[in-house]
Structures are given as structure tokens and as C-alpha cells.
Design a protein around this ligand. Structure first.
Ligand code: PLP
Length: 452
């Protein structure tokens, strides 16, 4: 094949099947779906067919695709420099991003460590929390454990998998992982007997309180996905749980790590999910939407108390010996600054209530379907759990792929979605238009009819 000849669609599909090992994909079943370009909330395949992006790529394109402001900021940065290491150097764009993040974040988070993905933002937080207790003013070297929740998802590196708790993703790697104290997922669906939606918050906080009372001396940090555990199937926490968790961790002097990789950057209707319950964590992890979904950049924000514990002479070994080659990459930082600019210019958050309300209307209707066990909404995030029997809450067998069937149908209606098992997920760009949201919701509604 001559080098200047573009591959045909058939060739691209064959190479995609044979050469590219796709993430979270059983390659024997992989159906190539090749996107050539995008505009706003619409993706276009090689034949020019259009698909509404109902999940913001992988929950990251908060302002859609090819946003002129973000595109221009990356181009302008390219004219300056593409990459400057954060080991011994700095770049104005990255410094400005740190300033903006600190100004926007919940109070007390005054320092930013840049990395390159959600998982690395979490690794940084875990290692910072551990090292903090080893060398803070009154060291507590026995504080070496983490408390995490069942069904948590914090990324795919071994540290983040250790604090993860989704059996299907994580169990296989158990022999490689460090031990973590784990409590039940603070859910509001499939509750234990004697627990109702009304007393669920108290029930789950009680479990936390018991562990912290007895083991706080050995726990470095609690890690939580604020308000909703997304990757496990959009598991919504009882209102007040995050606030209660903050109070308990403060009471027992245990650090709180808020992993806002999925729920941060406007998804819930506030810039950060912690702000919904007026919570100030000790460490805050951000990625995905931080660059508008354009480039790999992540941030771990830390309090001054944590920062102070790392200060000293070089020989004292108080340094945080951790870094990634592309941490704080200026191109990513330029995309992130532009993403924050767009939030202001387009009043993204102020425009969300109408969209959130419209999504709620559709979900209320969808909730009446006999095979819908639960609908869960947090801002512009929705999870619809399909069940065989809504009275007994009996799930559909995993292998029947009901969620995927709904998404397959949606695709025939020009809507791209990706399920989590039996949970149909919607997480559209925040700048989606109401009529586009209508199309996504109608495709889901129709898909549920066809797939159940
Ligand atoms: N934390 C949470 C809450 C996530 O939802 C994810 C990804 O979905 C991650 C961490 C990992 O992010 P990344 O895929 O960028 O490593």
C-alpha cells in the first residue's frame, strides 16, 4: 500500500478490530465505531452520520466538542510552547490555572498538585495523605490505612484500584492490592431491611462513626466520590451523607479525600459537588471535565495544613517524591483555563436549572416503566436501573446486556450512549440545548420499550 494512500473505511475498521486494544472492551465483540469529527454536542462518523453525544465522550466534554474558545486557547498555547516540565520549571499558563482553581475551590484548598488523569489525581491524594501523617507536626505513624466504600471507583492504577470497590472491575487484582477498610456503599436503593430512604443517611453515617471511633488512630484518610458513585452505576448517596462524613472525619482527625473526577466541573449544577453540601475536604481530586475533556490534565488540591507538613530542607526528606512527566502540561492548562472562561462567558451554571428540570420530567415518566427499578439524578447526570422485577428489585442477568440494548436502539435514533451494566447513563455536555436533551431522553425512553 503506497504511504500516501489513505486507508479505506474497511481497512480502518479491520485495524481497529485487530490492532487497537480498547479500554473496558471485550475485543471479540468489539464493533468499530469510528468518529471522524465533532461539532458542539454532535459526533460525526466516517460516513458523515450524526450522533448526539449523550455522555460527553467519557463524561468529560463539559462544553461539548470543538468549542471555539477552547480550540483557540490551545492553538495560542501551541504558538508559545507545548510542554514545560513541572520539575524545576514553570509556565505562566499552568501558574494561572492554579490561581483560578484555588479561587474557585471550596475554602481552605490553597495548593494544587498537577498530574494527568483521574487515577493519578487519586494516587497523589492517597500518597499525600499517607506521608502527611508520617511527618506532620505531631506525627502519627500508625495512620497508614484508608477507609473506602463498596462500589467505589477511583481509577485503574493499583493504588486507585485498592481503594476501589466494584467487584467486576477490581476483584481479579485483589492479590496485588493493599488492604483497605471498607464500608457498604451509601445507597438509597436495595437498602438493608429496617433501613428506609428517610433514615438511610443516619444508618450509613453510623457505620462510619463506629469504624472511626475504634480505628481512627490507624486511618490516614477516608476517600469518597461526593454525592454519587458514578462508575458503579450512578449510585446516589442519601442527602446529608457527605456533610456528615466531613463532620465525623473532622471529629476523629482523619483526612477526607473528595474524588470529584466525575461529579466535579459543573455536573451537579455547582462547580464542585462538595459545594452542594457546603463541605471543605482536605484533598480534592479533579480531572475529566477540567480541560473541557480535551487533554489529559488532572489536579489534586490540598489544604495549607497538608502543604505545611511537606516543608523543610531537602535533606529532611519531607519532599513529596512524586511526579508525572506531563503533570501541569501547558497545553492542558490552556484548555483548562479556557474551560473556566467558558463557564463564565456562557453562564453555564446559571443555565443548568432549566435543563436539570427537563431531565427530571423525563425521568419521572421513565420511572413508571415496569422494568425500571430506580431512576437516579444528580444535576445533569442520570442513571436508570433496569430490573426484571421492580417489586422484588431482581436485576436482569448481567449477560443479557439490557443497558447495551437500550443504547444500541438509541444509536439508531442518532444518539450515542454507553451503559454501566443494567444502568442506562445520561451525562450530556452542560451546554446541551433543550431540544437536544429531548432527543436523547426520547431515544432512551423508546430504547427501554424495545429492550425490555
Ligand atoms: N475517579 C472517578 C470518580 C472516576 O469516575 C474516574 C473515571 O471514571 C476516575 C477517578 C479515573 O479517571 P481517569 O480515567 O482519568 O484515570
Amino acid at each position: 500500500r503506497p504511504a500516501d494512500e489513505s486507508p479505506t473505511r474497511e481497512q480502518l475498521e479491520a485495524w481497529d478490530r485487530e490492532l487497537v486494544w480498547h479500554a473496558f472492551t471485550q475485543m471479540t465483540e468489539h464493533q468499530p465505531f469510528i468518529i471522524q469529527r465533532a461539532e458542539g454536542c454532535t459526533l460525526y462518523d466516517l460516513e458523515g452520520r450524526a450522533y448526539l453525544d449523550g455522555v460527553s465522550s467519557l463524561w468529560c466534554n463539559v462544553h461539548g466538542h470543538r468549542h471555539p474558545t477552547i480550540d483557540a486557547a490551545i492553538r495560542a498555547q501551541l504558538d508559545q510552547v507545548a510542554h514545560v516540565t513541572s520539575l524545576g520549571m514553570a509556565h505562566p499558563t499552568t501558574i494561572k490555572l492554579a490561581r483560578r482553581l484555588v479561587d474557585l475551590a471550596p475554602a481552605g484548598l490553597g495548593h494544587v498538585f498537577f498530574s494527568d488523569s483521574g487515577a493519578t489525581a487519586v494516587e497523589v491524594a492517597l500518597k499525600m495523605a499517607f506521608q502527611f501523617w508520617q511527618q506532620c507536626e505531631q506525627p502519627q505513624p500508625k495512620k497508614t490505612k484508608y477507609l473506602a466504600f463498596e462500589n467505589a471507583y477511583h481509577g485503574d492504577t493499583l493504588g486507585s484500584v485498592s481503594v476501589g470497590g466494584v467487584p467486576r472491575f477490581h476483584e481479579m487484582f485483589r492479590p496485588l492490592l493493599f488492604e483497605v477498610l471498607r464500608l457498604p456503599s451509601p445507597t438509597m436503593y436495595r437498602l438493608p431491611t429496617n433501613v428506609t430512604r428517610e433514615n438511610a443517611c443516619e444508618y450509613f453515617l453510623n457505620l462510619v462513626a463506629q469504624v472511626l471511633e475504634h480505628q481512627h488512630a490507624e486511618i490516614a484518610a477516608v476517600i469518597v466520590e461526593p454525592l454519587m458513585q458514578c462508575a458503579a452505576g450512578m449510585i446516589l448517596h442519601p442527602p446529608g451523607f457527605l456533610r456528615g462524613l466531613r463532620e465525623l472525619t473532622r471529629q476523629h482527625d482523619v483526612l477526607l479525600i473528595a474524588d470529584e473526577v466525575a461529579v466535579g466541573m459543573g455536573r451537579t449544577g455547582r462547580m464542585f459537588a462538595c459545594q452542594q453540601e457546603d463541605v471543605q475536604p482536605d484533598l480534592l481530586c479533579l480531572a475529566k471535565g477540567i480541560t473541557g475533556g480535551y487533554l489529559p490534565l488532572a489536579a489534586t488540591l490540598a489544604t495549607d495544613r497538608i502543604w505545611q507538613a511537606f516543608l523543610g530542607t531537602y535533606s529532611s526528606s519531607r519532599t513529596f517524591f512524586h511526579g508525572h512527566t506531563y503533570g501541569g502540561n501547558p497545553l492542558g492548562a490552556a484548555a483548562a483555563l479556557a474551560t473556566l472562561d467558558v463557564f463564565e462567558q456562557e453562564q453555564t451554571l446559571a443555565n443548568m436549572p432549566a435543563k436539570i428540570a427537563r431531565l427530571q420530567e423525563y425521568l419521572a415518566r421513565i420511572a413508571l416503566h415496569p422494568n425500571v427499578g430506580d431512576v437516579r439524578q444528580l444535576g445533569l447526570i442520570a442513571g436508570i436501573e433496569l430490573v426484571r422485577d421492580r417489586v422484588t428489585q431482581e436485576p436482569f442477568p448481567w449477560g443479557e446486556r439490557r443497558g447495551q440494548r437500550v443504547c444500541n436502539h438509541a444509536l439508531t435514533r442518532g444518539v450515542w450512549l454507553r451503559p454501566l451494566g443494567n444502568v442506562v447513563v445520561m451525562m450530556p455536555p452542560l451546554n446541551i440545548k433543550l431540544e437536544e436533551l429531548d432527543r436523547i431522553c426520547l431515544a432512551v425512553e423508546e430504547g427501554i420499550e424495545v429492550a425490555t
